[in-house]
Ligand binder design. Structure first.
Ligand code: ARG
Ligand code: ZN
Length: 872
């Protein structure tokens, strides 16, 4: 396999176009035959035809019906090369596959007796030789022939033409997709599946058949996904005027799936974890994730499928935009403020860490080894922030105008992020030349804030300076164009008029500063008293703010800001300052005492009867270890752990009664409801229980135990299980074995049992995880098992980086074992080593030794290699 880099600057359009392709699949138990007939055009004089193909057995290749002799083509590890072709011709290629032995889960593979495909990014080349690149779009006709009993359901993209009984116990389905598409959107499913059906009538009155498939017996758990799909279809019509464009929309749930889900045209294939849900088996968070991922894949029908990518460096064109769209959808379905807090938490926990680590890359990268390594938080989440900033600059109305323009210009095309930016900027009369640096420069910018107030002149001066730390291959950065939403508050918390000529008001009426220079000053006039600054409202840009505001201001904003995001942000900032002090004291061997003012403010929040419960739950969160690992100079897992539990138990001690009141107020109320409001109540009361559990008293433990055994939904059961699993009590083993016995045959739910054990802070967590990798319920070829046990453990900062264990060595062994079968899954585990440069010298040496050991393995995939070698 080639281990070279590919570069964006080398992009060259295809030398051939494909008018149409016919794919005939004959599925047998021991092999599968694929005949691909393409109508080809050579568009470049004298060009040789180079088709991508990997791990394929070629049976025959014909041009216009005549088999090619062996001297008329060449086969390499990754290509089929035909040096000379007519200008217009029919190419016929027959290949033979063994899906049952395909452990990489890309191309055609078998999961639980079901044949299915995953072609993004480059899986189609494991099915047949083809121009496997997104800018080659063509029309697909597909037939699938298989045993009728074993594979009664035969699906592909587009319209179902017919199904023929072949009489010999076999049948054959015919499909045709009326829309041209790149091959990464091709899909096929053959299996014995249960299905639920519904319909959706589009705004222009067309009836669309909706189907959600899962293994027999599980289809009743698909209704939430179905409801989510209908909501998404309606929302996209109302928000962006986008209607669905086929007669059928199908979703299929598969147990073995590398990622979350895939937007194949008309036939989405999903990880079953993101489809199956009922209140017994899924948590509120699962319900919410399913709604948002179903929406995400549906939204791709326009942003990704109708308008697709020119090349893989443009991946954020569809992913950033589609994440933005699913975030906006979720905000409309739930609570906008709380949704924004969650999205920013995810961005900061994952993407900021990625951008500060060895694999930092721009939203539109310039080079890569493995295209599959592009499916990152930067491409998705930071990409979404870039779109959000565009919307902030032009306002919602302006953004809609730009989206309309984007589809008008590019429907049916394969385009670039440049094309998107132009479509938003031009109809709004904006120049995004500087703004586009967000696509090209990696790293998280830092904005330093300095304030001055001149009482005599009644002037408040805000000085901003932006910098961006160096990142791989980018030692120096040009200044970014940063939209900063802001307000000024008087001493009662009322908004003051902003009297400054550099303030912009967007079409939503929001006040913002557009910072473009390295250093800029903004003067606000007519202020009789010193105002309090509320800055970066709604987190209007993905930056780190360095703002040494006085404590009085922080506490004031935490209580009074009109921007809910910032109230919670101030609570986080204060919590972070406090944890920082505790960590320093722990490292110096000093006693850990807690600032009273902070405790009082948190206690006031707990007691605030008017605060919305789901928002309160966010206010009460204290920064995670993953955030501490970014903020602290040294990742000292023991100091982090002690600081955090000291703070949490102090909060619990101070508020024992009030937390119990909250618990009893909401516990058991509407236990089966899926209303986001009720989710919020449950989140708050379960958080109260989590805090109380820090007290390690028997009364609380008994409450948690009771909650486990009497739970009427999975959210309550899991909360209790996680609490009990992180204790040494007698309740622990009983609850864990009960959970196991109830769910051992449920491939989706049993993953929660792995995670509950992989994420504890107990000293023997590593030993538990090691034992679980040998447990009969754990299957190392199943990505969900790997993610819920091993990746969860890798993200357990306290135990993964415990100096007293050999966690790194164990983890490296597992990465190597998985890499040999499934490089994509192995590569996802490598992120556990992203914090290496923050470790103390002894730990760093230990980690680097393991990384070097992995990189030295010659057969290591390019996926894992690319990620690991940059960290040493
Ligand atoms: N396009 C899919 C989605 O976001 C993700 C596919 C993941 N593919 C991969 N190679 N990791 O919605
Ligand atoms: Zn996507």
């Amino acid at each position: 396999m080639k281990q070279e880099k590919i570069y964006l600057k080398d992009y060259k359009g295809p030398a051939f176009s494909v008018d149409s392709i016919n794919l005939d699949f004959v599925i047998n138990e021991d092999f599968c035959r694929v005949v691909a007939k393409s109508k080809m055009n050579r568009t470049e004089d004298g060009a040789e035809l180079r088709l991508n193909g990997v791990e394929l057995k070629l049976v025959s290749v014909k041009i216009d019906g005549t088999p090619l002799k062996t001297d008329q083509y060449q086969i390499t590890e990754e290509e089929l090369i035909i040096p000379s072709t007519p200008k217009k011709f029919e190419l016929e290629i027959e290949t033979e596959l063994q899906p049952q032995h395909n452990t990489s889960l890309e191309g055609l593979y078998k999961s639980n007796g079901i044949f299915c495909t995953q072609c993004e990014a480059q899986g189609f080349r494991k099915i047949t030789y083809f121009l496997d690149r997104p800018d080659v779009m063509t029309s697909y006709s597909v037939t699938i022939e298989a045993d009728k009993k074993k594979y009664p359901v035969l699906l592909s993209n587009g319209d179902r033409i017919k199904i023929e009984d072949l009489g010999n116990g076999r049948h054959k389905a015919f499909w045709r997709d009326p829309h041209k598409k790149p091959c990464y959107l091709f899909a096929l499913v053959a299996g014995d599946l249960g299905v639920i059906r519904d319909t959706f009538t589009t705004s222009s009155g067309r009836k669309v058949n909706l189907e959600v498939y899962a293994v027999h017996g599980k289809q009743e758990r698909c209704w939430h996904a179905m409801e989510s799909l209908k909501k998404s279809m309606k929302w996209d019509e109302e928000t962006f005027g986008l209607e669905y464009d086929l007669n059928d929309y199908m979703i299929v749930a598969i147990d073995d799936f590398n990622a979350g889900a895939m937007e194949n045209k008309g036939l989405n294939i999903f990880n079953s974890r993101l489809v199956l849900a009922d209140s017994n088996s899924a948590t509120d968070v699962d319900f919410h994730s399913i709604e948002s991922v179903v929406a995400h894949e549906y939204f791709h029908n326009w942003t990704g499928n109708r308008v697709t990518l020119r090349d893989w460096f443009q991946l954020s064109l569809k992913e950033g935009l589609t994440v933005f769209r699913d975030q906006e959808f979720s905000a409309d379905m739930t609570d906008r403020g709380v949704q924004r807090i969650e999205d920013v938490d995810a961005l900061r926990t994952g993407q900021f860490a990625e951008d500060a680590g060895p694999n930092s890359h721009p939203v539109r990268p310039e080079s890569c080894m493995a295209v599959d390594n592009f499916f990152t938080m930067t491409i998705y989440e930071k990409g979404s922030e870039v779109i959000r900033m565009m919307q902030t600059i032009v306002g919602r109305k302006g953004f809609r105008k730009g989206m309309d323009e984007y589809f008008k210009r590019h429907d049916g095309q394969a385009v670039t992020t440049e094309d998107f930016a132009a479509a938003i900027a031009e109809p709004n009369g904006k120049d995004f030349t500087q703004f586009k640096r967000w696509y090209h420069q990696s790293g998280t910018p830092v904005v330093h804030v300095t304030e001055a107030y001149d009482q005599a002149k009644g002037e408040y001066t805000l000085s901003l300076e932006q910098t961006c730390p160096p990142t791989p291959n980018q030692p120096h950065k040009e200044p970014f164009h940063i939209p900063l939403m802001m307000g000024l508050l008087d001493k009662n918390g009322k908004e003051l008029a902003l009297n400054c000529d550099k303030i912009q008001v967007n079409t939503d009426g929001k006040n913002l500063i557009e910072l473009k220079e390295r250093k800029e000053t903004f003067v606000f006039k007519g202020l009789k008293e010193r105002p309090v600054l509320s800055f970066l409202r709604e987190f209007s840009a993905p930056i780190n703010l360095r703002w040494e505001a006085g404590e009085d201001d922080l506490y004031f904003l935490m209580e009074k800001d009109t921007d809910s995001f910032n109230r919670r942000e101030m609570a986080q900032k204060l919590g972070l300052n406090l944890l920082h002090n505790l960590i320093a004291r722990h490292r110096e061997g000093k006693p850990l005492n807690i600032d009273n003012r902070y405790l009082k403010a948190i206690s006031a929040t707990i007691r605030d009867a008017d605060m919305d419960p789901s928002f309160k739950a966010k206010m009460l969160q204290i920064p995670s270890h993953a955030i501490l690992a970014q903020e602290e100079e040294v990742l000292d897992s023991e100091a982090f752990h002690n600081a955090r539990i000291t703070l949490r138990s102090a909060i619990a001690r101070e508020n024992r009664t009030q937390l119990l009141d909250i618990y009893h107020k909401y516990h058991g109320v509407e236990p089966k409801s899926h209303d986001p409001k009720v989710f919020g109540h449950r989140a708050l009361k379960n958080q109260a229980l989590h805090y109380l559990a820090e007290l390690h008293d028997l009364e609380i433990l008994a409450i948690a135990n009771k909650q486990y055994w009497e739970a009427q939904n999975m959210t309550d059961r899991m909360t209790a299980l996680m609490i009990l699993a992180d204790t040494e009590s007698e309740f622990r083993d009983k609850a864990l074995s009960d959970f196991y016995n109830n769910w051992k045959n449920d491939s989706v739910v049993i993953n929660k049992w792995f995670t509950a054990q992989a994420t504890t802070t107990r000293k023997q967590t590593l030993e538990d995880v090691k034992a679980l990798t040998k447990h009969p319920a754990f299957n190392i070829t199943n990505p969900n098992n790997v993610y819920s046990l091993l990746r969860a453990f890798g993200a357990n900062i306290v135990r993964f980086n415990d100096p007293k264990t050999d966690a790194y060595e164990f983890y490296a062994d597992k990465i190597l074992e998985i890499d040999a079968k499934n490089p994509q899954v192995a590569a996802r585990l490598c992120a556990a080593f992203n914090f290496v440069k923050k470790l103390d010298p002894v730990m760093k040496e230990k980690a680097i030794k393991q990384i070097k050991r992995m990189v030295a393995v010659e057969s290591l995939s390019k996926n894992s290699r690319e990620l690991l070698q940059s960290s040493i």
